[in-house]
Design a protein around this ligand. Structure first.
Ligand SMILES: [Zn+2]
Ligand SMILES: [Zn+2]
Ligand SMILES: [Zn+2]
Length: 273
């Protein structure tokens, strides 16, 4: 929770950018890489996973009845994008968000929806069986799910910015792409964000124990708000990424009411000493 004045946050951001730009080279590449993955995660989650690009919500995009080549081209383009994006909309919005709302206790204890709930969703969306299975029903991903999700970054500025800025500096380019690995990583640790405090303490493996820190618990609270309070805020699961998207007014901090709501559901995080 941040009780600092927004202007102070803003000055902090500007100071970091100023320092990195001054240092130049690799540290700037790392910073630009981080800014871009924070924005990339926001774009993917909001526009694709939540279907704010509305055609994601359609089950099928029918062929247009037209001879105008531009109209046909537009139709085929939307069909192509729909083919790529729709599975992510199904696994995240139609499966994951519904599971968390309807099956909260099971999710809080085990980090996934109950088998009955998973089966119900699979039967409801037979066109997206592979997507549901590759994404652990929207909660995580196997290697295919991780690779497909990573490729969605092609629809964000991330790779294009990197290639334009660093096409002639391979080491900088490599460093620029490092923060983007936080996207698959955050998909793998997503389920721990959903667990009750007790389950999270018990089940988080040693290589994710850093999630039990203050910044980790901030993500837990904000992700809770994303699911239970306001679906159109708090898009980032990557630690510290909200510092970037705050600039676009995309985040809300948890308030007293939210904390009580979490407590009622048995999801309270450790009390800070
Ligand atoms: Zn979501
Ligand atoms: Zn939405
Ligand atoms: Zn979630």
């Amino acid at each position: 929770m941040s009780d600092r004045h927004p202007a102070a946050d803003m000055n902090g951001h500007l100071a970091i950018i100023a320092v990195a730009t001054f240092l130049g080279g690799l540290s700037a590449a790392l910073l630009y890489g981080f800014i871009n993955i924070a924005i990339g995660e926001l774009i993917i989650h909001k526009y694709i996973f939540h279907g704010h690009w509305k055609f994601c919500k359609e089950e099928v995009i029918p062929d247009v009845d037209s001879r105008n080549p531009l109209v046909i081209l537009h139709n085929r383009t939307i069909q192509g994008l729909h083919y790529i994006f729709r599975p992510f909309y199904v696994q995240h919005w139609l499966a994951h968000h519904k599971h968390v709302t309807k099956d909260n206790q099971h999710v809080a204890e085990h980090g996934d929806a109950s088998p009955r709930m998973q089966k119900e969703t699979l039967e409801r969306y037979p066109l997206n069986t592979a997507a549901l299975l590759n994404s652990s029903h929207g909660m995580g991903a196997n290697i295919y799910g991780l690779v497909y999700q990573y490729l969605l970054l092609g629809f964000t500025p991330l790779p294009w910015f990197g290639l334009l800025a660093y096409y002639d500096q391979p080491l900088c380019l490599l460093v620029y792409f490092l923060p983007s690995l936080m996207l698959p990583l955050s998909t793998v640790y997503h389920k721990y964000l959903h667990m009750s405090n007790v389950s999270r303490q018990k089940k988080t493996p040693w290589y994710f124990r850093w999630l039990l820190s203050d910044p980790g618990e901030d993500v837990v609270r904000k992700h809770f708000m994303h699911h239970h309070v306001n679906n159109d805020r708090n898009w980032n699961f990557i630690l510290f990424a909200d510092a970037v998207t705050d600039v676009f007014g995309m985040n809300v901090d948890p308030d007293e009411k939210t904390m009580r709501h979490m407590e009622k559901l048995g999801l309270q995080v450790a009390v800070k000493s």
